[in-house]
Design a protein around this ligand. Sequence first.
Ligand code: KIV
Length: 275
Amino acid sequence: MTVSANKVLGPSSFARMKKKEQKITMITAYDYPGAKSVSQTGVEIILVGDSLGNVILGYDGTIGVTMDDMVVHSAAVRRGAPYKYVITDMPYMSYHISMEETKRNAARLVLEGKANAVKLEGGSQSRIDAIREIVDIEIPVCGHLGLTPQSVLRFGGYKVQGKGESAAEILEREALAVQEAGAFMLVLEAIPEELAKKVTRMLDIPTIGIGAGRYCDGQVLVYHDMLGHSNMKPKFVKQYANLDEIIVQGISDFDREVKDGTFPSEEYIYYPTGE
Ligand code: KIV
């Protein structure tokens, strides 16, 4: 589907979509060509995720991704998708030390990274304060609860969160606090479907699920996972294409044709006229 380039959406459009029970689609992107592809679809939101660490930089997680990484990739995404709503992740340790640094970093993602909004993980009091302060400097914030990858060291691995009554109650309380602090959207990652359904019904702001079942107001997947171009295959990922296969085939064909002299054939050479 090709979408009209000048229909720019924003937080109030997403709130309206929730009210009308219209599903919201979000996908990650990290570079110009990826964003350009997404810009030709009906997907409403691009998330410049710090999953950049996993799928672009080859780290084994998101820890280690820097503000400079996020700024460079966010700006590249904006160049590829000038009219999409872009949310950029605040990386680990960019909102953990002081409020001044937190606000400066959020502002960098908007001013240099050209993001429309920022996302940060967690629901502890200091994260809620960070959301409130960033919203107060006029930057829209998307929250993120459940399996928050920046907490992997504390979680002891990538494990489903919100299991059991007390964990579910904590997550519900945190979701309300995220909303109350002024976030316009909440990502719910790797939690039981029933819990995501309850949180979605409880909140006025839209929830976007990843491994959170069918009842969220929208869904997000990581570009490289859903297109078969990463090493990750969690249970919640549906693979819609196999880019790895296509790319390896193309490179192998090039290699073979160089070696057997088929490439470059006449159509790929210049004549003395310059043509
Ligand atoms: O970094 C990321 O890609 C994310 C999504 C998994 C929601 O935060």
